[in-house]
Write a protein that binds this ligand. Sequence first.
Ligand code: NAD
Length: 287
Amino acid sequence: MATIIDGKKIAAEVRAELKEKTEKMVAETKRRPALAVILVGEDPASQVYVRNKAKACEEIGIASEVVTLAADITQEMLEFIIKSYAARVDIDGILVQMPLPKGLDGEKALACIPAEKDVDAFHPENVGHIMRGDYRFLPCTPAGVMELLHRYGISPAGKKCVVIGRSDIVGKPMAMMLLHENGTVEICHSKTPNLAEETRTADILVAAVGRPKFVTADMVKEGAVVIDVGINRDENGKLCGDVDFENVEPKASFITPVPGGVGPMTVAMLMQNTFTAAENNMSTNRG
Ligand code: NAD
């Protein structure tokens, strides 16, 4: 039977630690870290994500400004608004909730966020830092995974790590972070032949595919650590991950559930990045 990795509990611990650090920062500097969250349109999932981010800010003591814009806003106006937040010295971090409604160019919108306020770590400069391992901002979801591994005493060093998925926001930075901690890393994707043969070699298996119950028990080595990044709906509309939890769990040594695994960690890491942005901003602007 596997140890169930409790992401909800660890995320609460991270938030509590950040709350303490934020209170100290406010006492010392008389200034609160501040995050601007830009939401365009009325996508229900995006609304939930934005609400969770604002709630986490409130709990920690980070000031948040949620900017809600109509789905039919022009690209020019959206960019103008992002740039106006970029110019504000009292705003430490900016994020634009993705995906944007049809007709808007997400890449161009993100390019308006300066690297030093890019708390999602999507800016090419920050991606370069991730590649080199000298992180300015942590890529939120992979950093959440690493935090879970650390706090459960699991080291990637010397282990075979297999990541399924090669997206810019999860798969690639995840592989980099495991590599920086001396894992032997393999990235699998939709064009990988004989996927199960590859995944069965993993001591640490990370699934970031976006397909319900995609990782089945026959794809997992006995005793593997299984991390499920996926957020999907099953055939009954119930939230589920990329891993067939029920059948994989008996084979794994550690496993993350969905919900309550990686999900809550992503927001906690975003809060960590906002705190870092505030520290950097204050040291830059206060001499
Ligand atoms: P994506 O669609 O950008 O990437 C999916 C990856 O899976 C691709 O690289 C693709 O090559 C790979 N893939 C698809 N089909 C495959 C197959 N048959 N075999 C092997 N590989 C295959 O998705 P993403 O943004 O990386 O997100 C992945 C999942 O993680 C989604 O369910 C998403 O909702 C979830 N997610 C969760 C969090 C969180 O906070 N927990 C954050 C981001 C994404």
